[in-house]
Ligand binder design. Structure first.
Ligand code: ATP
Ligand code: MG
Length: 267
């Protein structure tokens, strides 16, 4: 059996690969010691680790595993899922919305990191906590999906007030820019605040990605990362903004495991 582990800033993703069948496991990164002792129980497996916390995890493991750079692992995983799903893409952008966001130009044989933004899944969690006190991911994304951003975000059409704007009026002119002087946290619902936070994150990662895609001469943007898990609103925002700006968004099932899958393929 091959085990690939992607130990990220927030979540540790583990893929156990045995004769073509994949089993997926996920743990909070704070359970690093637990994951290390669980993995230490696999005596016969070939193990490869990747991700920002890979070295730390490795230091706690009995048999020292191989380690690869997360960007190589991620692009290998993306290629694996594309082939499995019969997608015929030979050059595309991969945007990994993890704790932070990392953007890569990927082809069949190489990948290049184009950049990234500190606005990512961690931003979603941090701002959600500050604005609503909520810390549970599932609750945050569930409530956000019910919220409206109308009272919080300023649209292009709000600024142009009846005049014909030179860009679509329903684009956001300013995230959080529509608050009345009298607005307070208490006057806005948790749903509205969370929807606005997700709008900010989604529009930022989509816009940054499409600009990078233009620079690379590709239009397909593959979005991966655990920030999209059961996060209907983030997906909607990202799809809309990517299309609006001329890109073709694509989501991969189990896409948050790309790094771990790539590591499990290491020979
Ligand atoms: P990085 O790659 O930046 O080091 P990571 O690999 O840990 O981080 P991901 O696992 O791809 O990142 O995504 C982490 C994000 O996923 C969190 O910031 C949060 O928005 C979201 N998320 C999804 N499920 C959970 C969960 N159960 N607990 C916490 N965050 C979650
Ligand atoms: Mg990651």
């Amino acid at each position: 059996m091959n085990i690939g582990i992607d130990a990220g800033g927030t979540l540790i993703k583990v893929v156990c690969r045995d004769r073509g069948s994949l089993k997926y496991h996920k743990f909070p990164s704070i359970q690093l010691d637990y994951v290390a002792s669980w993995i230490n129980g696999f005596d016969e497996a070939q193990i490869c680790v990747t991700g920002g916390k890979a070295s730390l995890l490795k230091s706690k493991m009995k048999h020292k595993p191989a380690e690869i750079v997360e960007f190589e692992a991620t692009s290998q995983g993306v290629r694996y899922f594309l082939t499995k799903n019969d997608f015929e893409e030979d050059a595309y952008l991969v945007t990994n919305v993890g704790t932070g966001t990392s953007i890569h130009h990927v082809t069949e044989h190489w990948q290049q990191r184009m950049g990234g933004t500190g606005v990512g899944g961690g931003t979603m969690m941090g701002l959600a906590q500050l604005l609503t006190g909520l810390t549970d991911y599932e609750e945050i994304v569930r409530l956000a999906a019910k919220g409206s951003r109308n009272r919080i975000d300023l649209l292009v059409s709000h600024i142009y007030e009846g005049a014909e704007p030179p860009i679509p009026g329903d684009l956001t002119a300013s995230n959080f820019g529509n608050l009345l002087p009298s607005a307070s946290l208490a006057s806005l619902s948790k749903e509205e605040l969370l929807a606005a936070v997700i709008g900010l994150v989604g529009e930022t990662v989509a816009t940054t990605s499409v600009l990078a895609a233009g620079q690379c001469g590709v239009s397909t943007v593959i979005f991966i990362g655990s920030s999209f898990l059961r996060n209907k609103l983030l997906k909607e925002v990202v799809i809309r903004y990517t299309k609006l700006r001329g890109g073709s968004p694509l989501f991969l099932q189990n896409g948050e495991f790309c790094g771990a899958v790539g590591a499990s393929l290491y020979e």
